[in-house]
Design a protein around this ligand. Structure first.
Ligand code: SF4
Ligand code: SF4
Ligand code: SF4
Length: 275
């Protein structure tokens, strides 16, 4: 009984993903959904289990399991463009498949429940950036968040132009857009990390997906909260946060609150167990 209680969260996550997997499998009559969501659910549950067991690299394991699956299996082998261009593409064609389901679950409606968990545990861009040396930003945050609106608009205009110009074989273009887009993301992300001494600079200033993620995660059900009775205001939690979140402020309007990627570094490092 004690074990069931202790490990209830990974079990619940697994159950939720299995419900999604079976529902999509049966409604779409496509076995892929059963495999896809079962795999992701199992990976996340394993990570949560390892986190409860206090394994230091639990988050990174999930990030690699899910990120590599998305990048290599779905993107390169199955030729699905899961980047934002792929989302616009499937949206314009009116097909509720692949990238549209992925965006709806992970990046648009899911963040109402798990905030920016995608950014902490699944994104294949951050999966690589998190290997770089600046895990905690070593320089103050820059006022460059406006760039994300430009990249968001550029992705929308790019796909719109393909449709308006009635370009043939868009699917093939989408595959190459995925390859080139990822090379650009990794190159820019790595350059920015070294320029700003911050692994997550790309996430903070450039990533177009944050246009969906930030407003939705404002309402997130799952949040890190501070027990002010236990907190001794040592500031350690803020020093280890990769996203500059003012985590001791419990209000939804806390500074950089919509940046939290639920990495749990603050929780692991709080000397008083206040988070
Ligand atoms: S902000 Fe963008 S690049 Fe960064 S982790 Fe989230 S989705 Fe990935
Ligand atoms: S690390 Fe813990 S005790 Fe220190 S400021 Fe943060 S919440 Fe409070
Ligand atoms: S360290 Fe805490 S506040 Fe900062 S991103 Fe990770 S979970 Fe969120």
């Amino acid at each position: 009984m004690r074990y069931i209680k202790e490990y209830s969260r990974p079990l619940i996550i697994l159950l939720v993903f299995e419900i999604v997997a079976v529902t999509l499998w049966l409604t779409k009559n496509n076995l892929f959904y059963l495999f896809n969501f079962s795999y992701i659910g199992l990976s996340i549950s394993l990570g949560l289990f390892l986190f409860i067991r206090k394994y230091k690299h639990a988050r990174r394991i999930v990030q690699l399991l899910v990120g590599l699956y998305m990048l290599v299996y779905l993107g390169l082998i199955n030729r699905e463009n899961m980047q934002i261009e792929g989302f616009w593409y499937y949206l314009f064609t009116g097909v509720f498949e692949a990238a549209t389901i992925h965006y709806a679950v992970a990046k648009i409606f899911g963040p109402l429940i798990f905030g920016r968990g995608w950014c902490g545990y699944a994104c294949w861009t951050a999966m690589v950036l998190d290997f770089l040396p600046y895990k905690v930003p070593s320089a103050p945050r820059k006022n460059l968040g406006w760039i994300r609106y430009i990249t968001f608009a550029a992705s929308f205009l790019f796909v719109s132009a393909l449709f308006l110009a009635k370009v043939g074989n868009i699917e093939r273009i989408m595959f190459w857009a995925f390859i080139i887009g990822n090379i650009v993301y990794y190159t820019v992300g790595i350059m920015l990390a070294f320029m700003f001494w911050d692994n997550r600079a790309f996430c903070k200033y450039i990533c177009p997906i944050t246009i969906f993620l930030k407003p939705m995660s404002y309402f997130s059900l799952i949040r890190v909260k501070c027990n002010t009775d236990l907190c001794v205001s040592c500031g350690k939690c803020k020093r280890v946060c990769p996203m500059d979140v003012d985590v001791t402020d419990n209000s939804r309007k806390r500074k950089n609150g919509t940046e939290c990627i639920l990495c749990m570094e603050c929780v692991r490092n709080c000397p008083k167990g206040a988070l």
